[in-house]
Structure formats: C-alpha cells, structure tokens
Write a protein that binds this ligand. Structure first.
Ligand code: ATP
Length: 214
C-alpha cells in the first residue's frame, strides 16, 4: 500500500531529556507502529549535505560548518544559548523544513497508526493539535540526570541546564492523554507499551477500519 494516506490516528510521543523516549518508541515500532522521529529528521537536515546546510551557512557564515560539512553543533548551541535572535533565525530555517520532512515521512508510513517522536512537543505549542493523543514518557528528574550522565558523559549541571529549558514534569503530565512510567527496568515498560498499543490499534481501526490490514 505505498499510496496509503497518512493515518487518521496518530500519537505524539514526548518526554524530558533521558526519560526514555527512544527506548519506548522502539518498543512501539517492534509491535508494528510507524515511527517518525523529528529529532532524527532535524539531525539529518544539519548533517553533511543536509538540506538545511546551505541556508544555515548563508545566514550564519561558513565557520558554522565542521570539517565534514555538518553544522558545528557545539558552536551553534553556544550561540543560540546566549542570543535569542540567532535562535529565532535558526528556527526559521529549521522548523518549516522539519515540518515538511515530517509530513513526507508520515505520508509514506504504512503502519496502522503513526507515532511522532517530538522531544519538545509541549513546548512547541502547535504539535498537540496535530496528533490524536499525546503520550508522555515520565520518570523522576534524578533518573533523567543519571541516565544522561551515564549515556553522554555529561556533567550534572549540563543536564540540569537542558532540563531547565524544558517544561516541568508536572506540566508535561498535565498535557498528556497517556503516560508510560519509565522508572524501573525494561521489563516494567513492556506491559505498559503493549496495553497502550492495543488501545491505539483499536482506536485507529475505529477511525480508519481499512488501514494497516494486510
Ligand atoms: P534524549 O532526550 O536524550 O533523546 P530519550 O528520552 O530518547 O533521550 P533514551 O535514549 O531512550 O531517552 O534513554 C536514555 C538512556 O537511558 C539510554 O541510555 C537508555 O538505554 C536508558 N534507559 C531508558 N530507559 C531505561 C530503562 N527502563 N532501564 C534501563 N535503562 C534505560
């Protein structure tokens, strides 16, 4: 069904840094959901030969490219952290391209429903209205810090500085329709994901009965 329209039923999966968005999304993917990872899309746009690179270098200068031609992320992060105008210019370049690439990926998805992985879904203000359900991956803040320090070798203050730019746990939970609690091992995640997948499948079949039926 390569001409399948984007599914009527979609889920926006979000969560604070290190809460387990990728881990949980991969579990849904293994069960058959289509995944569209907006972070991966953003990364590809600023990779070597990425579609946003000419515009970024045009706006910020050639020294914002690293040796391989990708965006120099550390340099750009330092700039946009201290300069809101620069952040706005970067976002004006990236956001429409991310939207376009996200829509293109969703349009060719063939699963019974699509999960959009959007780290800043609540913060963005527009995403919640574009998906059927908002799913928050939740864990205690101390666990976020520990996981990101272990995974990226970042200092605690660096992780907390990123967390300070994101909505609070309470705000995210208040905005969510569904929640996966990721405060224990992977074994505790699976039943929650299976239960939600069954619910999403039932809802997607109710809305679009022919979709994903092989
Ligand atoms: P980011 O916001 O940085 O993209 P994320 O929300 O996608 O992170 P993951 O990458 O899925 O989070 O998880 C963060 C780290 O914690 C990873 O190293 C992952 O393997 C680990 N992790 C996540 N959930 C669990 C769990 N239930 N048990 C053990 N390790 C976990």
């Amino acid at each position: 069904m390569d001409t399948a329209p984007a599914p009527a039923f979609s889920v926006g999966l979000t969560g604070g840094i290190g809460c387990g968005k990728t881990t949980v999304a991969d579990m849904f993917g293994a069960l058959g959901a289509s995944l569209v990872d907006t972070d991966a899309i953003a990364h590809a746009l600023t990779a070597p030969h990425g579609a946003a690179m000419p515009a970024i270098l045009g706006a910020f200068g050639a020294d914002f490219a690293s040796a391989d031609g990708a965006m120099d992320r550390a340099k750009m992060r330092a700039l946009v952290f201290s300069d809101p105008g620069a952040r706005a210019r970067l976002e004006a370049i990236l956001h429409p391209r991310i939207r376009e690439a996200t829509a293109a990926a969703a349009a060719i998805a063939t699963g019974p429903y699509t999960i959009f992985v959007v780290p800043l879904l609540i913060e963005s203000g527009t995403w919640a209205g574009r998906v059927t359900r908002v799913l928050a991956i939740d864990c205690p803040e101390e666990m976020q810090v520990a996981r990101v320090m272990a995974r990226n070798g970042m200092a605690e203050e660096q992780v907390r500085a990123i967390m300070a730019t994101q909505v609070t746990r309470a705000q995210r939970l208040a905005a969510a329709d569904d929640v996966v609690v990721n405060d224990a091992g992977l074994a505790a995640l699976r039943p929650q994901v299976e239960r939600l997948h069954a619910f999403y499948l039932a809802e997607s079949r109710r809305i679009a009965p022919d979709r994903g039926v092989k």
